[in-house]
Design a protein around this ligand. Structure first.
Ligand SMILES: C[S@@+](CC[C@H](N)C(=O)[O-])C[C@H]1O[C@@H](n2cnc3c(N)ncnc32)[C@H](O)[C@@H]1O
Length: 510
């Protein structure tokens, strides 16, 4: 663990032992929101089954030219000869005959485990063979060298002793296969079982800049970060030959004080407390005691206002048997009100407008966390006092509203899409952390819908400009690093400039 600690210190981070979490990653210096805290290359990463013939097996990029397949096994695809050569020397030379022998194997979860095990085992084996050479290497600030990457992996938690006999049997079978396929001299078959246990509670799903999953990766440094349902950081990815394949980027979404722990969320924070706790216990073997999970418990070290807000967020994420707001009528309710021109008098519509108008300045301006919490508290009070059907603002209607939103976009029905989009935005703003990629991306889509609506009135033009400004600020924080991510920020900036020009023109004509 010594080289891991040395490497982290070089980045202003410290790994401390902790009786509950085993280890805790803290920052030694103040980190402003929207900073890249650390970047690290994977130990192994590759496309998920649905992306195997869409993304390059080496750099994970979607190339402009069609992918080229390996002429021997016909199982792996590359964007060019350079990527093919890199993959060949890293692992494909050994794996190619195995793929050939396997024939048409089903690409399922077990396959993903097996593939990850082969690649990680080959990498660790190579490292262990040359360990004496690596011993002399100093830990560098610029790159996560092989020693830190491999040594850190060997210290990761596996929770092997807590696994069910069925799961261990499955892992045993995979380890047996991999051990017989690879000529390993420095890793035992039993150690391979521990590797598989590590994967299941440490590995990452890689999402693209639009948050669509495309790959899976083993990241030793990223695996040192603990979970919170109200996290202060997120993981983003940068792919392509110019970076190392599947570079993981840890970004801060809050200002983090020196000495504070850095946390990410392992799961979708829009899930109910019961679902979150079940998932965290089953996959990661712990009971979450973050500020959200303990919000009913007054002893936790948060302000009274914050506690009230967290209790409210919990209520909104509780799964409810939502008879009134079901699949069909969420769309009907919102759109028919609009068509009958009742929007302005309706309490739900006015709350939607109120939430958007009140919270957007907290995204675009440098307001403090306590100001933001106070605003949220006022909004929750308003919802409780003015709306009889509070179910309207829970996550239970979110998936059907989102489906209708994208259906309307496909049909280019811009007015209907922005009505649904504004409703979805209110729920996101109430539930997700203030600067979250899902909020940034949704603000961008919503601004485009509003802008495309040719019959929009002046108020909507002004509102769409406020929304694009909030999208820009949020995405600069979440998507500020990595080529693909930065491309989204540039698109948002272009739209914001166009909007500003048109607004100036409207003002001039007045
Ligand atoms: C990806 S690892 C995180 C780093 C880990 N603490 C370590 O020292 O290697 C995930 C494991 O860390 C522990 N963990 C993560 N977040 C936790 C939390 N909020 N409370 C308690 N344990 C946590 C759990 O044992 C979980 O299976």
């Amino acid at each position: 663990m010594q080289c891991t600690s040395e490497f982290l210190t070089l980045h202003g981070l410290s790994l401390e032992e902790n009786p509950t979490t085993y280890r805790t990653l803290k920052t030694l210096k103040h980190i402003s929101k929207g900073s890249t805290i650390i970047t690290s290359p994977s130990l192994a990463c590759f496309p998920i089954p649905s992306m195997v013939n869409i993304r390059c097996n080496n750099c994970l990029e979607i190339p402009i030219e069609p992918l080229k397949t390996c002429s021997r096994c016909h199982k792996t695809f590359y964007c060019n000869v350079k990527c093919q050569k890199l993959a060949w020397s890293a692992h494909h030379k050994i794996l190619c005959p195995i793929y050939k022998k396997e024939g048409n194997k089903v690409l399922d979860n077990d396959y993903m485990d097996e593939e990850m095990l082969r690649r990680v085992a080959l990498r660790i084996e190579k490292y262990l063979k040359k360990k004496t050479y690596y011993e002399t290497e100093t830990v560098s600030l610029t790159g996560l060298n092989e020693k830190v990457n491999c040594e850190t992996f060997l210290t990761l938690m596996s929770h092997r002793e807590k696994r069910t006999p069925e799961q261990l049997e499955k892992f045993k079978a995979i380890a047996k296969n991999v051990f017989s396929d690879l000529d390993l001299q420095n890793i035992t078959q039993d150690e391979l079982i521990t590797y598989l246990c590590r994967f299941s509670c440490n590995n990452f799903n890689l999402d693209d800049s639009q948050l669509f999953p495309f790959g899976e990766g083993t990241y030793s440094i990223g695996s040192l970060i603990n979970h919170s349902c109200r996290p202060n950081a997120i993981m983003m990815y940068s792919i392509g030959q110019q970076t190392s394949s599947g570079l993981q980027i840890l970004r801060s979404i809050e200002n983090i004080k020196a000495g504070e722990e850095i946390t990410i969320s392992y799961i979708d924070v829009a899930m109910s407390r019961t679902s979150r706790q079940k998932l965290l216990n089953e996959k990661y073997f712990f009971k979450c005691q973050c500020s959200r999970c303990s919000s009913d418990n007054v002893s936790i070290d948060i302000t009274e206002e914050e506690r009230k807000v967290l209790v409210n967020i919990e209520q909104l994420t509780k799964m409810r048997n939502n008879e009134e707001i079901n699949e069909k009528n969420i769309k009907d309710l919102l759109i028919s009100q609009m068509q009958q021109n009742q929007m302005t008098n309706d309490p739900i519509s006015s709350i939607i407008s109120n939430i958007i108008i009140t919270l957007l300045p907290h995204l675009t301006e440098e307001t403090s966390k306590s100001d933001y919490i106070q605003t949220l508290e006022v909004l929750f009070n308003k919802i409780h006092t003015t709306i009889t059907n509070q179910n309207f603002f829970t996550t239970s209607s979110l998936s059907s509203a989102t489906k209708h939103f994208y259906d309307r976009i496909d049909l280019q029905q811009w007015r209907e899409s922005w009505i649904l989009g504004r409703y979805i935005l209110t729920i996101y703003l109430l539930i997700y952390p203030r600067f979250h990629p899902i909020i940034g991306l949704h603000l961008f889509s919503l601004a485009k819908c509003m802008w495309n609506d040719t019959y929009k009135d002046k108020d909507k033009i002004v509102e769409s400009y406020e929304i694009i400004k909030a999208a820009k600020k949020t995405l600069e924080i979440t998507h500020g690093d990595g080529f693909e991510n930065r491309m989204i920020v540039t698109q948002v900036m272009d739209l914001a400039t166009n909007m500003q020009t048109e607004l100036t023109e409207i003002e001039r004509k007045k």
